[in-house]
Design a protein around this ligand. Structure first.
Ligand code: DCP
Ligand code: MG
Length: 382
């Protein structure tokens, strides 16, 4: 029985929330990413005076932009000065995360009223498993879009497919206000012509490597010699590439609002060697663990199992984990446990990615076993 998975992504999310507040900006090139200095000023006649990109000076980047600004070449993550050169008249607004979080909760609640099987993927996107619902696919999607609009005043784009991989690709195909439904039979016509970077999980480095092999589209990945992919990407990633290029993906929609694990990972600017770049690597490693500890504390979780993930320069990935006697959210304790894991992996090859994960979570406020005095000393001999 084929599954029916939707991916919903809000259109120009932060910018669209701002337009609810400043409807007079509708239809204009608007860029989000300023600071408090760029707060619009209310004039004596009741109208508002907005900052313009041309007045911007600094090193900030664009957080997002309206589609009108994108038409001028201004996109997320672009340096603001570069954006100002392309679109000097664009309106610049400060970011207001509290509002975005509020609208995020609102749109998710609106969807849950129709289709409750939801996996939260961040502030502006969710997966929805529609498999159990009796309704016609398009009719259901239109109802979800209408509910989102009614509860938030915002538009979204939805992709529906037999799995998460294809649904995510499809939600982007007809943005904004898109609705795209594909089946596995549509993969050659709809997916194969797409650039490889449209696939979630094929990042800039893999894209560059594929380009060196003359592979630019998903179809070319599907047609590539599996042995060639193995040689350049390692068995795991090559097998994954082969499957995704055929539109295959078995991952479940994970509805639980309770996370199974909390992790952080980073892909290095350049590949690092455990010995030759020891200092840089150690610093990044420590920072990851400290940040992870802060994430856990903020979300009020502690975890008993600490794991690491390494991706080598040849794209092979290894993981190791260790279970602690008592759960922790302490960055230094995570660092010691992760360091222990690191000593159990081969480190001859350079590394391109390092990740740290804490799982076997429990609530920090739950009646957890009292922290023992020995906990902090546990790894002191390592
Ligand atoms: N965002 C960010 N930094 C980025 C990209 C995005 O802070 N480099 C924020 C701003 C976006 C929000 O996350 O509004 C959602 O990201 P999307 O990639 O979904 O971008 P948009 O929703 O803005 O546009 P689209 O219509 O393409 O989805
Ligand atoms: Mg979006």
């Amino acid at each position: 029985m084929a599954r029916r998975i939707a991916h919903l992504d809000m259109d120009a999310f932060y910018a669209s929330v701002e337009l609810l507040r400043y409807p007079e900006l509708r239809g204009q090139a608007v860029v989000i990413g300023g600071g408090s200095a760029h707060q619009p000023r209310l004039l004596a006649d009741g109208s508002r005076q907005f900052s313009r990109l041309r007045d911007y000076a600094g090193r900030g980047v664009v957080t997002t932009s309206t589609y009108e600004a994108r038409a001028l070449g201004v996109f997320s993550a672009m340096g603001m000065m570069k954006a100002a050169a392309l679109a000097p008249d664009a309106v610049l607004l400060p970011t207001d995360f509290d509002s975005y979080r509020r609208y995020s909760r609102l749109f998710k609640a609106a969807v849950a009223g129709i289709a409750p099987h939801i996996e939260d993927r961040g502030i502006d996107e969710i997966y929805i498993d529609l498999s159990e619902l009796p309704d016609d696919t398009r009719e259901l999607a239109l109802r979800i879009k209408a509910a989102v609009r009614e509860h938030t005043g915002l538009s979204c784009s939805i992709g529906i497919a037999p799995n998460k991989l294809l649904a995510k690709i499809c939600s982007d195909l007809e943005k904004p206000d898109g609705l795209t439904v594909v089946s596995l039979d549509d993969v050659p016509a709809r997916i194969w012509p797409l650039a490889v970077r449209k696939v979630n999980g094929i990042g800039p480095k893999a894209t560059a490597r594929l380009a060196e092999l003359g592979i630019a589209t998903v179809g070319q990945v599907a047609a590539a010699d599996p042995a060639l992919l193995r040689e350049h990407f390692g068995l795991n990633y090559a097998t994954w590439l082969g499957r995704v290029s055929r539109g295959l993906d078995e991952r479940a929609v994970v509805t639980s609002s309770e996370p199974k694990s909390i992790s952080r990972e980073t892909t290095f600017e350049r590949d690092l060697h455990a010995r030759h770049d020891r200092e840089a690597l150690s610093e990044i490693f420590t920072r990851l663990c400290m940040r992870l500890g802060e994430d856990l504390a903020r979300k009020r979780y502690v975890g008993r199992t600490v794991g690491i993930k390494l991706r080598y320069s040849d794209f092979r990935t290894v993981t190791r984990d260790v279970t602690l006697p008592a759960p922790t959210a302490d960055g230094a304790a995570i660092r010691r446990a992760a360091g222990e894991c690191l000593r159990r992996v081969p480190l001859e090859l350079k590394l391109r990615l390092l990740g740290v994960r804490v799982s076997a979570l429990s609530g920090m406020d739950e009646a957890a076993p009292a922290k023992t005095a020995t906990q902090g000393d546990l790894f002191s001999d390592l």
